[in-house]
Design a protein. Sequence first.
Length: 241
Amino acid sequence: MTNIWSKLSKTYAEGISTTEYILLPNVARALDNVDGKSLLDVGCGYGLFSSFFGQRGARVLGIDSSKKMVDLAKKVSPKAHYEAMDVTKVSQLNQDFDYVLAVMVFCTLNNPQDFYNAFREISCVMKPKGRFVLVDEHPASKKNLETAVLKRQFPENSYFNSGQPYRVLLSTEKGSEVSFDNYQWTLEDYANTIRNFNLEIIGIKEPRPSPKTCQEHPELIYFLENPEYILFDIQKREKDA
Ligand SMILES: C[S@@+](CC[C@H](N)C(=O)[O-])C[C@H]1O[C@@H](n2cnc3c(N)ncnc32)[C@H](O)[C@@H]1O
């Protein structure tokens, strides 16, 4: 089966304004002292975040299930190491990390088993007291939506339709379009799965652009007023509970 993200890789790497101007600054604030730390970027895509933290002194490994994305990351974002690997297999790395990052990856997982296994595997590669910053689409974001940079259609428009696909259409910064399915996961899905693996949510943020960013990028004003993203700051407990 062709990996959808391999097909989209080149166009996606043209850049997504919501990722660069909303998510990147918020993730940078959440992980503000990475110098000398080990960081695993799961679902690293073309390496935007891996490269950003590599430039700030972290020892970064980016993994992605799409080999094409990984090849692209090696070319366009060289400040990190990259490997083609599924998030549900990361314990095979046999390595512990200070930080794990997953940006817009869990919302692309299309079944409860992978959603569950991804948390289990990530917990396996975290150091005690290590942190995991997970950014995803906000479970309560409007699923039928049309903005200048993002459109969405959710035929079965119920918040509680866990695991149901909905169509996403994004415009890149060069004006091309990418379209793919994301999957609805509720707050209960996140919170109840996370606590299974010796993990604790220590903070939640709802990333949005700053008013200044909206002046420079008026296409982002919608995201100043509506919950579009959620950032879970998760810590591994020191000892097994
Ligand atoms: C929406 S993109 C986000 C990429 C990157 N984190 C960013 O924000 O620029 C989702 C990425 O997750 C990757 N992905 C999807 N399912 C995955 C899995 N099971 N294991 C590892 N990576 C996966 C895709 O190949 C794609 O590169």
